[in-house]
Design a binder for this molecule. Sequence first.
Ligand code: NAP
Length: 280
Amino acid sequence: MSLRRACVIGHPVAHSRSPLIHRYWLKEHRIEGDYVREDVAPEAIERFLDRLGERYVGANVTIPHKEAAFRKLKRADPVARALGAANTLWFEDGALCGSNTDVYGFSAHLDESLPGWEKRTVTALVLGAGGAARGVIYALLERGVRRIAIANRTRARGEALARQFGEKCTVMDFAELSPRLAETDLLVNTTSLGMKGQPSLEIDLLPLKRAAAVYDIVYVPLETRLLAAARARGHPVIDGLGMLLHQAVPGFERWFGVRPKVTPALRALLLADLGEKERR
Ligand code: NAP
């Protein structure tokens, strides 16, 4: 392989902003390489991954293939094993290796936005219990958060996550949120509510602890109604775009040998592509 090429595999994949991010870094570091989209239907994913190394040095994986990619790994790192899903693939001695860098992306953006957050965060409240919630809970526990309440529409999914992650996690219904908000240091939305085309997340922030931070991993729109309401009440807010940018860093380093930086210029490029403006 002369030109080093990586790709993002999804179905659909046309919406993925990963090519914009990786091509920006390739240009910035003057690396002869490319990064493209691969739309692969579910029935074709196994065969595609079997032959990935013939054309690519590695790949990102997005919905709906993260679990299928995990199952194909010869070597999964501890994060991919805990999540049962891989979003970043590379090769070592011809063997397919994988990780899940959403965990890194979530924490790196939080570190950047609110340095020292973990010292002030005893209790977190996580809304949602899908794939993203699993990564967020892993990240919070890894950084020493002592209590995590999980609220999800389908309670059984929340309970499954709590069983997996252990005694620091408790489960509740949305109707029970109010009293919990008073003791919450960090509120994280991992549901798709609030995303463009989805219903908005209706939650009364009045009881939320004054010093609590609010993190919404949805990034279209950049400022969800949840974040707008939190900002209006004076809470520190963290949007989902930084997570998307930071999760790309480890893959680029694996494939192209340079650890890239998430800079204001890169963020501005993505904001323009999303038709968004920075909020302060
Ligand atoms: P997922 O596995 O499909 O989970 C979706 C979650 O949203 C579930 O908890 C689901 O509850 C909940 N939900 C969906 N519709 C709902 C409704 N009408 N009412 C109440 N709850 C509802 O999806 P995911 O992969 O976790 O992704 C979730 C969101 O995170 C998406 O918006 C995605 O774009 C975003 N995300 C962002 C980043 C980033 O880098 N910023 C990374 C990953 C994901 P049930 O269990 O009851 O269905």
